[in-house]
Design a protein around this ligand. Structure first.
Ligand SMILES: [Zn+2]
Length: 317
């Protein structure tokens, strides 16, 4: 059996699976603020999964961890992470392996999301597809010619840091005009906030009497056709469409798959994205590409982390 862990800026998710990808149990815990505390939370989550499933610890063959940021997958090190700032050259895999006594592998969070989708029935239909994870930031992964692509050291497909405006907004990565600054959940909230005054009749004003503005609120109001909420989704989808057109031109994929929390708004964003892709991607490639969203975005990256651990363990044995 295998354990998959997905570490995000706000939460850590874990699953225990069998070798066929069947989830035996799952759990989650908030992401603490120091790397030592993060290690402890991961270990507590692993112990919970083992005890809850009444599994003998010796039957866990490997642990896979998906982490956001720049990583060295072979050494199991997180070099830096825009969402988890305490990680600087953090030997995450070695730390977890040492405490748990179980072989541990590290991958980029976009890569594990991609692997999770691929392991599921729906993903098995594709030999070449690109995963775009939409959340606080934007990440990604790719399966190319039936193989999970990991680049030179595991940090490939940083789709969020693709330049979509050469002289555009400054990004946390040091570059300018990155897609993440225009197409993420963070960008959606920022755009809505900036335009609130212009839309005096927006239903969002009423929501803000009791709550802080979130992507979820904007989504709920967009579903009810609030003009500002709809405009905000149009804004991010314009940039996402332009970024995805780039990906289609470069990879000629069978599918673009949207994951991450913001993919829950796929019913709203996919039609806009398709329109922009149709205007911008090259003829001969744009016609046959499917654009779809994962169904169970919350669990897919942890599941994929278990899958990559299983595959990598086989590789070294
Ligand atoms: Zn950037």
């Amino acid at each position: 059996m295998y354990i998959g862990i997905d570490i995000g800026g706000t939460g850590i998710k874990g699953v225990l699976t069998d070798k066929n990808g069947k989830i035996i149990c799952s759990g989650d815990t908030p992401t603490p603020e120091s790397s030592k505390k993060i290690d402890k939370s991961i270990i507590a989550l692993i112990d919970n999964l083992i005890s809850e499933s009444k599994t003998d610890k010796n039957r866990i063959e490997a642990i896979g961890i998906g982490a956001a940021g720049s990583i060295d997958r072979r050494k199991g090190i997180v070099i830096s992470s825009p969402n988890i700032l305490c990680w600087k050259k953090n030997p995450l895999a070695a730390n977890i392996e040492k405490i748990s006594g179980i072989k541990t592998f590290l991958e980029n969070d976009g890569t594990v999301a991609c692997a999770g989708f691929w392991w599921e029935n729906e993903g098995k239909n594709f030999k070449t597809f690109i995963m775009v994870t939409l959340g606080t930031g934007i990440g990604g992964g790719a399966v190319i010619d039936g193989k999970l692509f990991t680049g030179q050291n595991g940090s490939s497909l940083e789709i969020g840091h693709m330049t979509v405006d050469v002289n555009g907004k400054k990004c946390t990565c040091g570059n300018r005009g990155c897609l993440e600054q225009y197409g993420s959940a963070t960008a959606l909230v920022k755009y809505t906030n900036l335009n609130l005054k212009k839309y005096k009749n927006s239903s969002i004003h009423k929501r803000l009497e009791k709550e802080k503005l979130t992507a979820k609120i904007i989504y709920e109001e967009a579903e009810k056709k609030d003009e500002l909420a709809v405009k905000s989704f149009e804004y991010i989808s314009f940039y996402l469409g332009a970024g995805i057109a780039n990906l289609i031109n470069i990879f000629n994929p069978e599918a673009i798959v949207l994951g991450g929390g913001l993919s829950k708004s796929s019913k709203i964003i996919i039609p806009y994205i398709k329109k922009i892709v149709n205007e911008r991607a090259m003829t001969g490639m744009k016609e046959r590409v499917k654009i779809l969203a994962v169904k169970d975005q919350a669990i897919i990256p942890a599941l994929g982390a278990a899958k990559t651990a299983m595959d990598r363990l086989k590789h070294i044995m």
